[in-house]
Design a protein around this ligand. Sequence first.
Ligand code: SF4
Ligand code: SF4
Length: 274
Amino acid sequence: MDTEALGKFKETILRDYPKLSLSHTFRFSCHKDIECFNQCCADVNIFLTPYDILRMKRRLNISSSEFLVKYTDSITIEDKGLPLVVLKMRQDEKKTCPFVMKDGCSIYDDRPWPCRMYPIGMAAPDRDYGGNREAFYFIVDQEFPCLGFKEKKECSIKEWKEDQGANIYDIEGEPYKDITLHRFFLNGNRLTPEKSRMFNMVCYDIDRFRRFVFESSFINMFDIDKETIENIKSDDKNLLEFGYRWLRFSLFGEDSLMVKERVLNKKREELGLQ
Ligand code: SF4
Ligand code: SF4
């Protein structure tokens, strides 16, 4: 899906789809004995969040850089300069997902958020739609004959999310959502190409970001306590949280990180301000 089609799709969801809450109930079940088993794991647009990528690359025991090259395509939301990452389907006739096997998903415990949530989607308005800016759930359109809707089992969206282990993805994805829906973008601003690359590295290529932090002068420029430095050395999740702080500082000018006094003084000197 290109960015124009993506924009139109999102617009349609925000405007036309019934806005569902966690208490909404629906009939659905998916299991290995169902006739359509595995059919949905092909020719789909699965957008990956930073947390999806952390889980998947750890599961596959490869670096984030290798994961991106091997399993993803990237697109940029042009009016915001925001890069997004989408799971790359195989180049076979059906365009199957690289992780689907005869018995189902080979990375099931670490499958990405959209796969866990299906048939539920979630949308967050990035502008006013009838006075409502709240995120909401919706039932995903079926482009294939999904027989899961004919099953008898019924549950609420809340129960479905718990059952599918989706809640941790919501918690870990919150800072990413806050950045992509930041008022900077809502006010019509666009990231410069340099900042777009920075966003891309922090959010999707955590191993490259780690090298950037520890193999450049970065760490000497900011007031970062020793405990944080130790925590981000080897823990991807901690590094990502730190990366979000850096993005808020560098993209939006927030005080989520403090530049060292010594670095500021040098800059003032260079500018002839002292
Ligand atoms: S098409 Fe629907 S019921 Fe069939 S495997 Fe996919 S999600 Fe399950
Ligand atoms: S990641 Fe797993 S669940 Fe998701 S489309 Fe691929 S095989 Fe299916």
